[in-house]
Design a protein around this ligand. Structure first.
Ligand code: ADP
Ligand code: MG
Length: 617
């Protein structure tokens, strides 16, 4: 064994920094939390290159006494507690007194601060843990901290930093969560000089939500609130419109601190499940306030977990709160909804079993045999549908100009399709007609089928597009004139991060410079929707997903949104068009639900009808 050394303070700080300071966003978190603790009402955060180059936090809080300014950078120096007993009644974000020391040991920090009663402030700069300069300076009330060249003296850590856009997204996430937890503070985040977050500190969570998430989410959420002797829960939950393929839009705060907790998440999702068949993750922002005795606060600062002394009680409390709010918000339509839901589930179950487990009336048995024999046919190639259908084309939407390559690709696709024998998922229907330009009515085997033509059309497009993406075979159409969009800073970095996702889904986009892009080609399946809106919606969706989402989930979302945009409502369909649509529907992977999970087909057996007409009991 070598002899034991006591590490000098700079080295030990540098090691400790690894725990608190992992990346730019962790620096931002510590510094903004300090600003919040100082009682600031306005906090501005500026970063360049995702914070790798510069992080600047400006607050209008109480400031630091000029004689304490050097002390603030010593390890274990804090104004927030005096002894261990204080920890249990702490109401500040920090108390360990390690952040400033740690940050200053791995970057170049300049801090200036002025408190009331003084005409001037004091400024200190510390580079790599060594005091560089300390002097009096003119400055505003409050504190400004600048952190430059993070990890300049720890190259091994610098190497692990992600791309600037990714680090920007992390910073943005931190500010989003801090703004939600501190609605009385106005936050502004600038990335490379461009504003990406701006909340107004009105003190109302709903205002902050609107600023952060936009109108669509704002319009689709309901409040929750419940109190007990030891805890209170409040916040907002979103309806199925805004549920997502990832848990990114879920935030839990315990005593104003953002945490991750599986049991609370499960409690909310379970409450939703008892109402709606949502197969995606619901939006929620939950605040749990609980007496500190019931939690262990002394968990590691960089860990987002928390321990409850009675987590089953917390689970039930949250479950009840969400459940009650859902019941309240569905009050009027409740009975109908549940009836409809159970009915929907039943219908779906029956349909999924078709055609293997068909249970029609006795006299239809020979027809089934017939049906089983005739339906195992080769799927017709796509061009056959196109030829037979002069009005509406369900394989592609009508567009003005189809580039030449399409017909070639189309042929290849047809060949591919005609080689695969596919099973129909439901019997061939005799089309009776169209109701209200919306529903197609058909019959087969003593069963009446109602098909939502738009949902069906959407699903057909969706499966086709999804397969094209899967096979890297997306066909694009050239726009007559490219669509030029100037993006907000954060949107732009989100686009850059997802450039390949757009490319692989058939969007051909050029960068125009200065946060401006030009869309030249879009997937042909889109037809002619409002491409700008669609693009922005897709970006919003990607943004809300955060950066950790898989490509598959992103593709799924893009396909869902694109196909929704491609569908027009209320088309009068000819007999041939209806037959064509239903034929295509029979052969897709899952014809029974639209991409949003609603049913596309509902059916009534003769028995169902006879019951309704009270011919039988
Ligand atoms: P902690 O927040 O755990 O106390 P820090 O190292 O983050 O430790 O900060 C050390 C001390 O510096 C704080 O206790 C506080 O007194 C002072 N301080 C840091 N940032 C600010 C700020 N923005 N405004 C006022 N005081 C600050
Ligand atoms: Mg702190």
């Amino acid at each position: 064994m070598k002899r034991i050394n006591l590490l000098d303070i700079t080295t030990s700080n540098k090691i400790a920094a690894g725990e608190v300071v992992e990346k730019p966003s962790s620096v931002v978190k510590e510094l903004v939390e300090n600003a919040i603790d100082s009682g600031a009402k306005n906090i501005t955060i500026e970063i360049s290159d995702g914070g790798k180059k510069l992080i600047r936090i400006i607050d209008d809080g109480s400031g630091i006494h000029p004689d304490d300014i050097k002390k603030a950078f010593l390890p274990h120096s804090t104004s927030k507690i005096k002894s261990i007993e204080d920890i249990s009644k702490i109401n500040t974000m920090g108390f360990r007194g390690e952040a400033l020391a740690s940050i200053a040991s791995v970057s170049k920090v300049t801090l200036k601060s002025r408190i009331t009663g003084y005409d001037y402030g004091r400024k200190i700069s510390i580079y790599g843990g060594k005091l560089n300069k300390i002097e009096d300076t003119a400055c505003n009330l409050g504190t400004t901290v600048e952190v430059e060249d993070l990890f300049f003296n720890v190259p091994a850590r610098q190497k692990f930093l992600k791309s600037s856009s990714r680090e920007t997204a992390y910073v943005s996430d931190i500010i989003l969560r801090l703004s939600l937890a501190n609605t009385d503070i106005s936050f502004r985040l600038f990335s490379n000089g461009k504003k990406s977050i701006n909340t107004f500190g009105t003190g109302h969570l709903i205002d902050t939500i609107r600023c952060l998430y936009g109108k669509n989410i704002y319009e689709n959420i309901t409040p929750i609130e419940k109190h007990s002797d030891i805890a209170s829960v409040s916040g907002y939950i979103g309806n199925s419109e805004i549920s997502r393929g990832s848990r990114n839009n879920q935030s839990i705060f315990v005593n104003k601190r953002y945490i991750k907790d599986k049991s609370i998440t499960a409690a909310v999702e379970r409450a939703f499940k008892s109402f709606l068949t949502i197969n995606k993750f619901p939006f929620f922002i939950i605040f749990l306030d609980i007496f500190p005795e019931f939690i262990d606060v002394n968990v590691h600062p960089s860990k987002l977990e928390i321990k409850f002394t009675d987590s089953r009680m917390i689970f039930k409390f949250i479950f009840d709160a969400v459940h009650e709010s859902l019941r309240e918000s569905l009050k009027d339509s409740f009975t109908i909804d549940t009836e409809y839901d159970s009915e929907k589930a039943k219908i779906r179950e029956e349909l999924v079993q078709l055609p293997i487990d068909l249970k029609p009336a006795e006299d239809a048995l020979d027809k089934i045999e017939n049906y089983k024999n005739v339906t195992k046919v080769k799927e017709q190639p796509i061009h056959a549908y196109r030829e037979s259908n002069k009005g509406l084309d369900y394989s592609y939407n009508k567009i003005d100009e189809i580039p030449e390559e399409v017909s070639k690709e189309d042929r290849e696709l047809s060949r591919e399709n005609s080689e695969t024998v596919k099973e129909p998922k439901f019997p061939k229907l005799r089309i009776i007609g169209q109701f209200n330009n919306t529903y197609i009515i058909g019959e087969a085997l003593n069963t009446l089928f109602l098909i939502d033509q738009h949902a069906a059309h959407e699903k057909i497009l969706f499966e086709k597009y999804k397969n094209e993406i899967k096979n890297s075979n997306v066909i694009s159409q050239l726009l007559i004139s490219p669509i030029v969009i100037e993006l907000k800073n954060y949107d732009y970095s989100c686009y850059i991060e997802n450039k390949d996702v757009f490319k692989n889904t058939g969007f051909n986009i050029d960068i125009f410079g200065d946060n401006t892009i030009s869309i030249r080609e879009v997937p042909i399946i889109l037809g002619k929707p409002n491409i700008k809106n669609l693009f922005i919606d897709i970006l919003d969706n990607l943004k809300n997903m955060g950066s950790g989402e898989t490509w598959e989930v992103k593709y799924y979302h893009i396909a869902t949104m694109a196909c929704k945009a491609a569908i027009k409502a209320h088309d009068k369909l000819s007999q041939i068009e209806m037959e064509d649509l239903i034929e295509k529907l029979r052969y897709i992977e899952d014809p029974f639900n639209c991409p949003h999970g609603r049913p596309t087909i509902i059916k009534f057996t003769t028995t169902d009808l006879e019951k309704k007409f009270k011919r039988i009991q």
